[in-house]
Structures are given as structure tokens and as C-alpha cells.
Design a protein around this ligand. Sequence first.
Ligand code: CTP
Ligand code: MG
Length: 202
Amino acid sequence: MIFYGIVVAAGRGERFGEPKAGLMLGGVPLWKRAVDALAEGGAYGVVLVGSVPGGIPGGARRRDSVAAGLAALPHDATHVLVHDAARPLASAALVRRVASRLAEGDVDAVTPAISIGDTLKRIAGERVVETVSREGLVSVQTPQGFSVVALRSAHAADDDDATDDAQLIERDGGSVVFVNGESGNMKITHPDDLAVAEALLR
Ligand code: CTP
Ligand code: MG
């Protein structure tokens, strides 16, 4: 297995209020933290996508940015880990865990996942309609790992949007398994998240 990383760092950051990838966390830009985790975790190289130093142009949707990264992957890549610049606290150990599971060779995709602590409710407007069982549900993270062949085939199979890459594999009938994620591997989505990440870093 020869695995590379793709860090997606494009996007408009609408919920945050500005594009996020260039924001600083502990004096280091988010995109660089994501790249460093992949490199320290054993990636042969990292393709960076977005308007950041060393980045190639991204696309309108996240999956379009991933497709741009896939097109730029070196030819010797057999596997790829796709990671969000918006998850700057993923550890090199998590990268290795995803890569090791992928290296077993029996699945198309591997995603980190953590259990859900909160009680889940379905709502309609302001009304709470029902409690949704947590049974069998997990919350997933990046980096997600793939065989390059499977991820390219999943991209070719449809053009519907997806909030993560594993979803494309699921729709294409491929196999996805999870490994344990990290509670500290939070996603920077809303402005308050950056302060939480700063606190976690300290
Ligand atoms: N991303 C990307 N290209 C896009 C959209 C998102 O590369 N067209 C990347 C972001 O840089 C981020 C990751 O995908 O690292 C997860 O996306 P998200 O947190 O949703 O970022 P944005 O799409 O920028 O934010 P929002 O959805 O609030 O607009
Ligand atoms: Mg988005």
C-alpha cells in the first residue's frame, strides 16, 4: 500500500462567516495542521486543495474539491486519506489507525467514528417530535481512507452531493468500516469552535 493524503481546504465557510482553512490555531494555519498530521502519520505526500499556499484550485462543492485532489494524485498512489482542513486536531496516531485498517486490504473505505453522547431528538419547527434512538448510530470524522480505484469509481458513479467521501462509496455499493476516532478531533464549523479548539490545544 502506498498512501497519499488529500487535504480539502476550499469552501466559503458560510456558517463560520469566512473561509476557514487559513485561520490560525496556536500560531499555525488550520490547513497546515491537517497536512502535518497526514505527513507524520506516514503519507507519501499530500495534495492540498484550496486557496492556500501550495494549494490547487478547489471546486464549488466539497466533493468537487476532493475530485480535484484525486485528479492530482501521483500515479503510484494505491490508497488515499481524505482529510478536512477544518479538522486541525486529528493526530498522526489516528492517521496510522485508518491507514493500518486500510492496509488489511479487505474493504474499500475506512472512516474514524465516535459514539454519540447526547440524546437525539427529531424536531419540526420549534416542536420536539420524538426521541431518536442512539442505537447503531455514530458520528464520523476525517481522515477517511480509500482505495484509489474505489474512490475514483464512486466519484464516476454519480454527481449527487455528499458531506463526506464514505457516503459516495456507500452509494456505489462499496464496503466501509469504521475505526475509533478521537473526541478531540473536532470540526471547526461555527465561530465558537475555534475557541474550543484553542482550549483543547492548551
Ligand atoms: N471544502 C472544500 N471545498 C468546498 C467545500 C468545503 O474543500 N467546496 C472543505 C473545507 O475547506 C473543509 C471541509 O471541506 O475543510 C469541510 O467543509 P465545511 O466545514 O462544510 O467548510 P465550508 O463548506 O467552507 O463551510 P460551510 O459549509 O459552512 O460553508
Ligand atoms: Mg460546507
